[in-house]
Design a protein. Structure first.
Length: 151
């Protein structure tokens, strides 16, 4: 069974909304004015992408930790060590200038996909995991490229 479960796909796609909104705010500045009528500035522009991306990298550390619990011995120890990298990356690298932070967040998500691949090759993820992660990561990277290229 390599089909992505419907609930995982729907929730994963819904999790893209803040990234898509942030990219739309950069590409179409009028959306900031429209959204600003009923949303806090914290939920606008590059700021929402950076903040939400930091949260998601930290969340994904927890997911990888969960996969590491399926391993034993040295592989488990390696899995636990690798699983904390996305959260630490977000904490130390996604700060300062928004342009630099967006580049670092982009790199963090690219690196996360490599970690996903490692855990999948070890047989620690569901069979459909990389299909879902590839799709979601492609959209996230495209959205993060917007402030890097256009701001």
């Amino acid at each position: 069974m390599n089909a992505i479960p419907r609930s995982a796909l729907i929730l994963g796609l819904a999790g893209l909304i803040p990234f898509l909104w942030g990219a739309a705010n950069v590409l179409f500045p009028a959306t900031v004015g429209w959204g600003g009528q009923w949303m806090s500035p914290l939920f606008m522009g590059t700021y929402v992408s950076l903040t939400y991306g930091t949260v998601i990298l930290s969340f994904m550390s927890g997911v990888l930790w969960g996969f590491a619990t399926k391993a034993e011995g040295q592989l488990a120890a390696l899995g636990y060590a690798l699983s904390v990298i996305p959260a630490l990356w977000a904490f130390f690298m996604v700060n300062g200038d928004p342009g630099d932070a967006a580049v670092n967040l982009f790199a963090g998500f690219a690196g996360l996909l490599m970690l996903d691949g490692f855990f999948a090759r070890q047989g620690l993820t569901p069979a459909w995991w990389m299909r879902l992660r590839g799709l979601l990561t492609a959209v996230v990277l495209a959205c993060l490229a917007v402030p890097i290229l256009f701001e």
